[in-house]
Write a new protein. Structure first.
Length: 450
């Protein structure tokens, strides 16, 4: 467990949360589009996902720190440019990853009503690290050009890891009030599988004092809550299924209004009042001013693919710190909030099967908010085919090259769909800040295409 604490505090920033699901909005051929607004019923009246393959949604994002040109080429050999790397970092940096997996989705229409049920795995991780954390890389420490980092006490604060893995049991109902107005609501029961929550952390390093082997001396303080993560670490995977009695809930509400054949307005609040109470299998780790000796880790050894011991430096780094962190945990419950999203849409039908619109999303999480605005073009090309294009008009997480694409195709009752918020991610991987991919297989019956 000591090794886990060190990984959370110091190494997760090297690997890396944030799903918008905006490309899924208005994809009425896809049953899972109801996740973006519980009032937007799909065009098929009976829907069953292929178990564990109905929906896979993976995304990653980071803030605008620079990763381009941090390696210099000389006669086919690459060297790590310390100056460019450090100068490319913001004062505070973050990396986020998110994965949602639909284990089961069932939906059916009855008269003017539509009911649906889903079981989904939701995994999110957010890592926040300050610029000064770069001193833990050997090449940065050895550099003579970084006077702003060296020759003084370095205080590395606000280094955080916030992770949760919950299993969602969703129960939704939508109803067409009349030919203009539809409403929907969904209740979600969360089963908390695992969690890491960093309340605070600080590492003070005296860069003027070092041993002959370049070991930095300092003091570490942290306040870290976990639940269920020891099951991963100790290979107790059976406990992840049902052993942890951590529960929470959330509510989705939405509407759709069509005043005439040309205009459409809709909106939804997703994951309102969301949260999970972690009270089983809980470990709290708190320390204040523990003395530590740290040997900076080599960036070159991490990225050198020819080195068969590529992880040896990381492992040594973790083990050496782990031996210094003898902490007895406490067992106090704590809570985790999930992000809440507000989606608002306005659309205009250029043609009966071609709609252009604007979709905005406000994301609220941990007292902070973000605003996104995308233009969309939605087309039902054939009875069996739907496609949607999007462009990020306002999005601090995206590059200007952002173009989204989603499509669904039916071969009889079998449906395949695939989507991406950023189609050009492979071409602009240095500038792309939010690559996403979403795909799945469904069985759809009685499709009411208009």
């Amino acid at each position: 467990m000591r090794k886990f604490i060190v990984v959370c505090l110091f190494l997760f920033p090297l690997i890396g949360f944030g799903q918008k699901n905006m490309i899924l909005y208005n994809m009425s051929h896809v049953p899972q589009s109801i996740y973006t607004n519980p009032a937007l019923t799909p065009t098929s009246r009976v829907n069953i996902s292929i178990p564990a393959l109905g929906g896979v949604n993976l995304s990653a994002s980071r803030n605008d720190f620079q990763t381009k040109d941090v390696f210099d080429e000389n006669n086919g050999e690459f060297t790590f440019d310390v100056q460019k790397f450090v100068e490319g970092l913001e004062d505070d940096n973050f990396i986020q990853t998110s994965l949602t997996l639909d284990l089961l989705h069932i939906g059916f229409a009855s008269g003017q009503n539509y009911f649906h049920f889903n079981v989904s795995e939701r995994f999110n991780m957010e890592t926040i690290f300050p610029k000064d954390a770069a001193i833990l890389i050997e090449e940065v420490w050895d550099s003579d050009d970084l006077e702003d980092l060296l020759g003084r006490n370095v205080r590395i604060e606000n280094l955080q890891v916030n992770q949760y893995h919950v299993r969602e049991y969703g129960f939704g109902w939508a109803r067409s009030i009349n030919n203009k107005l539809s409403v929907g609501i969904k209740y979600k029961l969360f089963y908390g599988v695992s969690s890491v929550k960093t309340n605070s952390s600080a590492l003070i390093l005296d860069t003027d004092f070092q041993t002959l082997d370049d070991t930095l001396s300092g003091f570490a303080s942290f306040d870290l809550n976990t639940s269920g993560v020891n099951d991963y670490w100790e290979d107790n995977y059976e406990n992840l299924v049902s052993a942890n009695r951590n529960f929470g809930h959330a509510i989705d509400i939405g509407f759709q209004y069509k005043p005439n054949e040309l205009l459409e307005f809709s909106g939804a609040a997703i994951d309102l009042f969301s949260g999970v109470k972690w009270k089983n299998n809980v470990r709290n780790y708190r320390a204040e001013g523990i003395g530590v000796d740290i040997t900076p880790i080599s960036f070159e050894s991490i990225v050198n693919r020819e080195d068969t011991n590529v992880y040896q430096a990381i492992e040594t780094f973790v083990d050496s710190l782990g031996e210094q962190l003898e902490i007895d945990p406490t067992f106090e419950s704590y809570s985790t909030d999930l992000p809440t999203r507000i989606n608002l849409y306005a659309g205009y039908n250029i043609m009966p099967k071609l709609q252009v619109g604007l979709l905005s999303q406000n994301l609220f999480y941990q007292g902070k908010s973000r605003f996104y605005l995308k233009g969309q073009l939605n087309a039902q090309l054939k009875r069996f085919l739907q496609a949607q294009f999007s462009y990020a008009i306002l999005d601090e997480d995206e590059a200007v090259t952002n173009i989204g694409l989603g499509f669904s195709v039916n071969a009889g009752p079998v449906q395949f769909y695939a989507m991406s918020e950023n189609l050009l991610a492979p071409l602009y991987y240095h500038d792309n800040l939010n690559p996403t991919v979403m795909f799945g297989l469904n069985l759809t019956f009685v499709r009411d295409y208009q």
